[in-house]
Design a binder for this molecule. Structure first.
Ligand SMILES: [Ca+2]
Ligand SMILES: [Ca+2]
Length: 720
């Protein structure tokens, strides 16, 4: 379409409502603030409370359960609302724009494709390429190591590399694509999804940025909340009468902490702030480029986050987020041992939930909850050619499903009834464009339901009913409960911005009416059935691909960069790993590995000996070593027998006996007392002949340790 705007969505990850400077945050974000000063800020904008569903909803403009993404792709299950299979009847705004002539680019986090579909053989239906993007440079998983990123360049795995910081690379790539695109055709519009892994765990930042924030959070999270709310009121982001929501009982008062705790937790927030400052700088580089080539005024720029600040770091924070994924909390001492390297390449950190509480000021709870702390986010819209207002605040109620229809309207494109022969569902989102130049326009949105892991809410006309299922906190995936026992709260959010005054007792009829409305919306949007066993959902995904398959053969050299969830499911299973190598005597390197520094297993040859290493958490390694290996054709085997006597129905780590064999003879054996019940890593992969990304065993860390001899195949057999 003639004069149609370019579109860039800067989608941040796990950034809370109160973490952007122009929304009252204590972190310096001058570039986002500049867009805010020259555009609009929305202070009544909502997401789904989680990564995958928000991302899918953003692209599709339909409610998450209607497109199979009621929860995360990692916790997919067979029901239509939760299968992580976006139907062909709900194509994305990028598909529609592409058909209208746009060329589109996807950068960074994708995370709404089931990981068992993330490999060289696809299927690619749920990749950026089939969602309307001509080019993608992405990590498909929920997070990424910012210094050693595991990336896909369109459909090919990018070779192993280290980098200064992935956000810098994403800005470089954006600048290349934009300048190339406009050199070839100045009139041709583009849409770009620029989705940083920041600020999801791992919190990784350049050293000079970390140094800049030294001491800035010594005031602690309670004081920080007061400072933030005062700033929000001054800026007009929060109404003047806003009450600070109460500190939830799980979070300790900052003043009650000892000196070591204060020191550790302040450091955690310094690193977080450093990374946020740095991602803002990289966004600024892309904006500078738009200005330089004269595209700034005619680019619709949207900046937001996919959910509220994350409390998944729990009550000590963590130097290794894999603890949470396996249902465990991180010991404080283990964090203290990582104080100095917090934020550097050999940490995989997440801050204390107290800082997430501050990041969600003035709201309560966190990412995953349907209270505002989980699902209200900062939103900036900037478009000089389309919006006259500058620096104003909009308080119309909106939802992340409204972004796609807004882009369509800005581009002057109607949603097609059919896409390539398939009838399209209507958008459930509504365009926000009516509010661009009309601060007083009444809410165009009338109601919105929410559901996440059993947390439920409904908003209608300024009132909201909400329940936190089983009172489960986001750092604990072991809690289950009866849905009937959940207690609903009632808020008049039009008057009570921070959801501080529960009116459930005062207006029981209003509450009943809203709960009934939730039921209606839930049935209409595929929300049922509700199922809250997170661990069984996480583990079930391991078997989608393989069912009862027992034998897996991986051929060198192509069996690399296979997502953990797409590789042989050995967790909690007796299994053996076998190969035969014609040894010359001087070869070394990895035969097979899965995972990396946060956890996993590896079988390798070093110093003429066979090694097997199982990396549990906090530097706990089970290590087996052979004597000097012979030369000539040699059979190498790792054999693991799961110890069924210690399985007692509770969610504690697996255990069992591991042994290595050379030419059929047992050469070392050990008891592995604690093994992952769910996940080694979100980002790492299974590799034959190397250990790409980060390394399982510190003995060869910092290098993929490519095998120098010749591997034919590695065979893995489940033997139980
Ligand atoms: Ca997120
Ligand atoms: Ca690895």
């Amino acid at each position: 379409p003639k004069n149609a705007p370019n579109v860039i969505i800067f989608l941040l990850d796990d950034v809370g409502f109160a973490q952007v400077g122009s929304f009252g945050g204590l972190i310096e974000t001058p570039n986002i603030d500049m867009l805010a000063a020259n555009g609009l800020r929305y202070n009544n904008f909502h997401t789904t409370a989680l990564c995958s569903p928000s991302r899918a909803t953003l692209m599709a403009g339909r409610n998450p359960h209607m497109i199979g993404l009621g929860s995360h792709a990692l916790t997919a299950m067979g029901f239509p609302g939760y299968n992580a299979i976006v139907p062909s009847s709900a194509k994305s705004v990028a598909n529609y724009l592409e058909d209208a002539g746009y060329v589109n680019y996807a950068l960074g986090k994708w995370d709404h494709t089931p990981l068992y579909e993330v490999s060289q053989i696809g299927p690619f239906d749920r990749w950026p390429s089939h969602e309307g993007f001509a080019h993608g440079y992405n990590f498909m998983a929920a997070d990424v190591h910012q210094f050693i990123p595991v990336m896909w360049d369109d459909h090919s795995p990018e070779p192993y590399r280290k980098t200064e910081h992935l956000d810098k690379d994403l800005a470089d790539r954006a600048i290349n694509w934009i300048t190339g695109h406009k050199s070839l055709d100045k009139e041709l519009p583009f849409m770009m999804l620029w989705a940083s892994g920041s600020m999801h765990s791992p919190h990784h930042a350049p050293d000079d940025y970390i140094a800049k924030y030294k001491g800035r959070f010594d005031m602690g999270w309670d004081k920080a909340r007061e400072l933030i709310l005062a700033k929000q009121i001054e800026l007009g982001i929060a109404p003047a009468n806003t009450k600070l929501s109460g500190r939830i009982k799980e979070i300790p008062a900052w003043d009650s902490l000892n000196a070591d705790e204060k020191k550790m937790y302040a450091r955690q927030m310094e690193v977080f702030a450093a990374q946020m400052d740095h991602v803002d700088y990289q966004i600024g580089r892309v904006i500078e480029t738009l200005k330089r080539i004269g595209e700034y005024d005619n680019t619709l720029i949207i900046v937001t986050s996919d959910n509220g600040a994350s409390g998944e770091g729990g009550l000590t924070g963590t130097f290794n987020e894999t603890y949470v994924l396996n249902g465990m909390q991180t010991p404080f001492d283990a964090n203290m041992r990582n104080y100095d390297n917090w934020g550097q390449w050999d940490s995989y950190p997440h801050y204390h939930a107290g800082w997430a509480m501050a990041g969600n000021t003035p709201f309560t709870y966190f990412k995953q909850s349907e209270h505002r702390g989980g699902q209200q986010d900062a939103l900036v819209i900037h478009w000089p050619n389309g919006i006259e207002a500058k620096g104003e605040i909009r308080n119309q109620y909106h939802h992340i499903s409204d972004i796609a229809p807004t882009i369509m309207k800005a581009a002057g494109i109607e949603r097609p009834d059919e896409y390539h022969g398939i009838k399209q569902q209507p958008f459930t989102g509504i365009p926000m464009n009516y509010s661009f130049d009309n601060a007083d326009a009444p809410n165009a949105k009338k109601r919105q339901y929410y559901e996440m892991f059993g947390n439920r809410a409904i908003w209608e006309d300024g009132w909201k009913a909400v329940t936190l299922h089983a009172h489960r906190m986001p750092w604990d995936i072991n809690v289950r409960g009866n849905f009937e026992d959940d207690v609903w709260e009632l808020y008049h959010v039009a008057e009570d911005f921070s959801e501080s005054m529960d009116l459930a007792e005062e207006y029981p009829e209003k509450l009943e009416e809203l709960i009934k409305l939730f039921e209606e919306e839930a049935w209409a949007n595929q929300v049922y059935p509700l199922y809250d066993d997170m661990l069984s959902r996480l583990n079930g995904v391991n078997y989608v691909l393989f069912g009862d398959q027992k034998e897996f053969t991986y051929y060198a050299p192509g069996a690399v960069r296979i997502a953990e969830k797409a590789s042989v499911p050995v967790k909690g299973r007796s299994h053996k790993i076998e190969t035969t190598i014609d040894l010359k005597g001087d070869e070394e390197g990895v035969i097979v590995s899965c995972g990396g520094m946060t956890g996993g297993y590896t079988m390798y040859i070093k110093g003429g000996k066979l090694h097997f290493d199982y990396n549990f958490l906090d530097g706990l390694h089970y290590h087996l070593t052979s004597q000097k290996l012979p030369v000539g054709k040699t059979d190498l085997k790792f054999d693991f027998i799961l110890d069924r006597t210690v399985i007692d129905g509770t969610l504690k780590p697996w255990a069992g006996t591991g042994a290595i064999y050379v030419n059929g003879e047992k050469v070392d054996e050990g008891y592995f007392e604690a093994m992952h019940i769910s996940t080694y890593s979100l980002a790492e992969t299974f590799d034959v002949g190397m250990d790409t990304g980060t390394q399982v065993d510190p003995d060869y860390a910092g290098d993929p340790f490519i095998f120098t001899g010749t591997i034919d195949r590695v065979k893995v057999t489940l033997t139980d």
